[in-house]
Write a protein that binds this ligand. Structure first.
Ligand code: 6R9
Length: 647
């Protein structure tokens, strides 16, 4: 824990939307009178039929329901587009910055509205209607935002699958949500390299389990020749050209689904996290405004991909609902060179910059000369998300990128939470490097011991949230029981986050990381069970155990222990083949950094793999293995230590 404290700078406090006393007053009201608080702030978006009730929630696992603004109706795309047309039709909604630094485009609200309406009509003509599922498998191009907004316009439910996921991973998600339409592009472009998205989509749709897809819409991005199925495939540009630019927004209920986003849990296959329309938009827009101290005219850039929840809430829905100018970046931080982020900040005069610790650490390693190449004087607020930020990276970001004048908002939240739950507010919160600091309005964190007793004062514990907020997920798509089991059965009457945290004497929260078998690689969430099941799906593998291992850049790396079938030889070729196999099964982000042959795994007599031991060996802390006496065969440990990969 870092001991440094950075007080709110005077000039920031003076102009901020929320200062210290306002934060205290609003936070108090939000906890004491959630109905009144959210009733008032729900009005920040436009409703077709206003709500008469605000909150209807029970956290009782035997009778669980979460409803906000439940009799209100609205349309999310009208809130992000139509309502801005009169005042800011000609203002830029999206700045697109291409992978190639010579490519950028400004898209006004009027233009984005027209593109959305055309594509919404195109989807309608393909038979997509309210409640139908549409999978979006696109690179970071404006069409991804258009596709999201077009679905929202007609009440269809989108599910974005990150463009880095493999055909197998895509197929699993398409199958689980029963998508009618999939949207992809001929290729993606990242760091100068083409990604064969259409080919991946073709392969995914040929899986025997995928039966629901009627149309595959293809955006022309690079112009590369692609295989074509006349009965199924449709060019995006042709469909839009043929469609009318006039598409009245469909009225949906506040509790109608807006999107499903798959995320990793500690067990089983990824869960379809379902978010609804009204509460989600209120929460995404409000957190975007206050956490980033967003002012009219600010240029705002979140470097996430729309394939992750951060892209949903803080590239598209939050900023657009607020009428902001949001930057979408197709490329990577290291292309053409390590100054790219900073060149983009200078080029577009970015005021608010939101990125992930893994990117900061990677750029920090390249040295600050890359930062100095660019004029960063437009920056006012910096943000961090995805994993704990180590104090060294925080200090570097603060000093070299922010010139010691920009507050850093370290925002803690999850796919499940829809928006930021714990974070500084730039004008209200003194900063401590490495701490996500204090809860947002309406958020009541608690720290529990493993028995579920609430701990008070400065302490470590399991982080729970004691009451609902409007942006909370509502269910796991198609599996409500799993929703209750995962989030509401471990501890009574609270939302279980799966994270551990420490609260200090000032009431600041320091997230210590996952308490379950979820690992966080470069800010991407992965269940160790997912990687294990990919490995054991290989015909030569008998058993596998996967743990996270500390990694300088990625935060955590993937360390796999693999037991081969009795007649198989552990060769270098096979090691390479297995790493490739996992890439193919899940995607490049799941590639094991280390793969160790393990003739046996440390198991208890009841057959449970003791991951604690595997984690220690992977981290080279094999002198601190603790008690190994409950192992069925303590001998396996010596072999694992002798053959460890991370030396
Ligand atoms: C938004 C997002 C969620 C998990 C979460 C936690 C970790 C995210 C963090 C953070 C410490 C932060 N996490 N932000 N840990 N400080 N500021 O990342 O969603 O992909 O669902 O991951 O990421 O462990 O539980 P998601």
């Amino acid at each position: 824990m870092s001991a440094n404290v950075y007080p709110v700078p005077d000039d920031i406090a003076k102009n901020a939307l929320i200062d210290k006393s306002k934060y205290d007053a609003m936070y108090k009201q939000s906890i004491e009178d959630p109905e009144g608080f959210w009733g008032e702030h729900g009005k920040r978006i436009d409703w077709i039929k206003p709500y008469s009730t605000v909150k209807n929630v029970s956290y009782d696992a035997n009778d669980l329901y979460i409803k906000w603004y439940e009799d209100g109706t609205l349309n999310v795309s009208a809130n992000c587009l139509d309502r801005h047309l009169e005042k800011r039709g000609d203002q830029t909604a999206i700045i697109f910055e291409g992978d190639d630094p010579s490519v950028s485009e400004h898209i006004t609200y009027r233009d984005l509205h027209e593109r959305t309406c055309r594509f919404a009509n195109a989807l309608k003509s393909m038979g997509v209607g309210k409640g139908d599922r549409v999978v979006i498998y696109l690179p970071m191009i404006p069409e991804a935002s258009v596709a999201m907004l077009a679905c929202a316009r007609i009440g269809a439910i989108h599910s974005i699958v990150f463009g880095g996921f493999s055909p197998e991973a895509l197929a699993g998600r398409v199958e689980d949500c029963g998508a009618k339409v999939v949207i992809t592009s001929d290729e993606g472009l990242r760091g100068g390299r083409a990604v064969p998205l259409k080919r991946n989509a073709d392969e995914a749709l040929s899986h025997p389990g995928v039966k629901s897809v009627e149309k595959l819409v293809v955006v022309k991005r690079t112009g590369k020749d692609v295989a074509w199925n006349d009965a199924r495939d449709v060019w995006y540009h042709e469909a839009c050209a043929a469609a009318s630019p006039d598409c009245p927004p469909t009225e949906v209920n506040a509790e109608d689904p807006l999107f499903v986003l798959y995320t990793s849990g500690s067990t089983g296959k990824p869960k379809g996290v379902l978010h609804t329309s009204g509460g989600y938009l209120v929460y995404a827009s409000m957190t975007h405004e206050y956490v980033f101290d967003y002012h009219e005219g600010d240029i705002y850039w979140c470097t996430a991909d729309v394939g992750w929840v951060t892209g949903h809430s803080y590239i598209v829905y939050g900023p657009l609902a607020n009428g902001a100018t949001t930057l979408m970046f197709e490329g990577v931080p290291s292309y053409p060179d390590a100054s790219r982020f900073w060149q983009v900040c200078e080029k577009h005069k970015v005021n608010i910059f939101y990125t992930a610790p893994t990117a900061i650490r990677a750029l920090m390693r390249e040295g600050e000369s890359w930062v100095k190449k660019a004029d960063l004087s437009s920056l006012r607020i910096l943000g961090s998300v995805g994993e704990p930020i180590n104090p060294e990276a925080w200090e570097w970001y603060y000093e070299h990128v922010g010139n010691r004048t920009c507050p850093i908002v370290d925002t803690w939240w999850q796919t499940e939470t829809g928006g930021i739950l714990i974070s500084p507010l730039p004008g209200a919160t003194d900063l401590k490097p490495g701490s996500a600091t204090l809860p947002f309005f309406g958020i009541e964190p608690g720290l529990l011991d493993n028995e579920g007793n609430e701990l008070t004062g400065a302490t470590d514990g399991n982080l729970v949230i004691k009451d609902s907020w409007p942006g909370q997920m509502r269910t796991v798509y198609g599996d409500h029981e799993r929703f209750i089991q995962t989030y509401f059965s471990t501890f009574a009457n609270a939302y279980t986050t799966g994270d551990g945290a420490r609260r200090d004497d000032d009431g600041y929260y320091w997230i210590t990381g996952r308490v379950d078998d979820v690992i966080n690689v470069s800010g991407h969430r992965m269940g160790t069970a997912e990687v294990e099941s990919a490995l054991v799906a290989h015909p030569k593998v008998a058993e596998a155990a996967v743990v996270g291992v500390p990694h300088d850049i990625k935060g955590q790396g993937i360390y796999a222990y693999v037991t081969l079938n009795a007649d198989e030889e552990p060769t270098e070729e096979l090691r390479v083949e297995l790493v490739k196999w996992v890439r193919k099964e899940i995607g490049p982000i799941a590639s094991p950094d280390y793969l160790q042959w393990s003739p046996g795994l440390p198991k208890t007599r009841s057959g449970k793999i003791m991951r604690r031991i595997l984690r220690k060996i992977a981290a080279n802390e094999y002198d601190q293995l603790g008690d190994t006496s409950t192992l069925a065969d303590p001998g396996v440990v010596d072999d694992l230590i002798d053959n460890r990969q991370n030396r």
